[in-house]
Design a protein around this ligand. Sequence first.
Ligand code: INI
Length: 158
Amino acid sequence: MSAPRVVEGEVAAGSRKVAIVAARFNDFIVSSLLKGATSAWLQRGGAAADLLVARVPGAFELPVAARKLAACGRYDAVIALGCVIRGGTPHFEYVAGECARGLQQAGLETGVPVIFGVLTVDTVEQAIERAAVSAGNKGGEAMEAALEMAALMARLGP
Ligand code: INI
C-alpha cells in the first residue's frame, strides 16, 4: 500500500500577517503571554509591522474582537490571549466556557484560524507557571500554532 499524502504547515512567519487580541483582566499574566507570542513572532521571522495587538477588557470580550479581526480579510490567523482563574465561583464556567465557545465559533464562521491562547486555571500559581518567560510560555505556543495553521490553510486551498 502506498503511503498517504500528508499535508502540514510550517511554523514560519514569512510575509504573513497575524492579529493578537489580548484581555487586560489578569494583566500580570496576560502581558507575559503577549511577550511570549511577540518574541515567537520575531524569532520565526515576522516583521513588527505585520503583527497587530488589540486589547479588550476581559476574556469574555475576546470572541467578538477576534471574530471581527478574522473576518476583515487582513490577517492569516488571529490569536486570543487571556487568563481566567477559577477562584471557586461559577462565574469561571461562564467566562471561560463562553470565551472558548465564541473563539471556536469565530474560527469556524470565518475560516481563519483563531487560536485559543487563554489560560483556564484553578490557581494563580498554575497561571504563573504557564506564562513563564522561559520555554513553555503558552503565548509563544499560541503563536507557533497560529503560524502552522496559517500555512496549512494556505496549502489546503480555498
Ligand atoms: N475576565 C478574565 O479575563 N479573567 C477572569 O478570571 C475573569 N473573572 O474572574 O471574572 C474575567 N472577568 C471579566 C469578564 O471577562 C468581562 O470582561 C466582564 O464580565 C465584562 O463583560
